[in-house]
Design a protein around this ligand. Sequence first.
Ligand SMILES: [Zn+2]
Length: 387
Amino acid sequence: MRTAFKYRLFVNANQERELGVMLESHRRLYNAYLDMRQLAYEQYGVTITYCDCSGWFKHQRISNPYFARLNFSSAQATMRRLDKAFRAFFRRLKAKEKPGYPRFKSRDRFESIEFPSYGDGIRLNGNRLRVQHVGTIRVKLHRPVEGTVKTATIKREGDKWFLVLSCDLGEVAIPKSNNPPVGIDLGLKSFLTASDGEREPNPRLLKTQLPELRRKGRAVSRKKRFGLNRRKAVGRLRSVYVRVRNLRREHHHQVACRLVRRYGLIAVERLNIRGMVKNRRLARAISDAGWSGFIGILKHKAEKAGASVVEVDPRGTSQECSRCGQEVHKDLSVRWHDCPHCGLSLNRDHNAALNILARGLARTGPAECNVKVALHFPGSRRVYATE
Ligand SMILES: [Zn+2]
């Protein structure tokens, strides 16, 4: 199993400058490769592959002192990164999705350097990180590194630097969880409603920071364009976003942790965020909830706890009655499910969560879920025996 460990780096002024130069050199390499590849294709119709570019880079190192100072394998990782972006672009093109052509990276969009083989140009010794051409950086080792380190990445977030170690934990035998199953409905009123009726409030972290964001945003627009003060103001604005992101992730981790401790099978709806964000009025609130990030964390935590996550088709989960299966049409503003057919009356999201659970159990079948409970809702015609 692969797991990432992230540590804060405490850099001094020299190291910060050197890391900044290194990041900038990597960014220029990335953009140079993109430029070459684009030009070669437009002019001659040929594709400059990663191998071609790697050869070119080797040659460039003779004349370009900035490229000469880069660790070779980390430079290769940067070139592979663009190669990967192109492959993803062609895959999306083929699948008739929105293609998303690889873009030139501005200074604010290039924030990490990968060292693909740990020990080559980077090494951790106790709480000291040795980086080629930068020096020895102090690391806050808030938890021990587990397994064998495979790759290391240096990352900038706002004005802070981090080290991310991707470690191989080997074969880990995880006993299958014997906890009961649950269905969860993700929403905006409540962040999450479980099929047992429990709800998790939506903290709306971005919304609480909006006044602050507006204030800092105004400060940016008052500054002269391209000026140093503007850059500083942008930095202050970004740090608010970084804070919101960190708080959101922390919230996701806590909620996911609680779920995998209590349940063995977690049924969630398959998300179509892109479709949902088209709803302009709710776009910000939906992005603020960060559901897909949450599901990613939930899957990861479930894997470690021996629980499983199933994604089900969400179509009609909020309209269908969870007891009799009849469709009960409700607008988004109607928060209560009142079934005229069987008289079931409960919270709209609770009803949806029950439907999601039913679909999840139907998908996995009783064998997957080794729990001996019969899910039978009072007066229900449907019985979900999971034996
Ligand atoms: Zn009903």
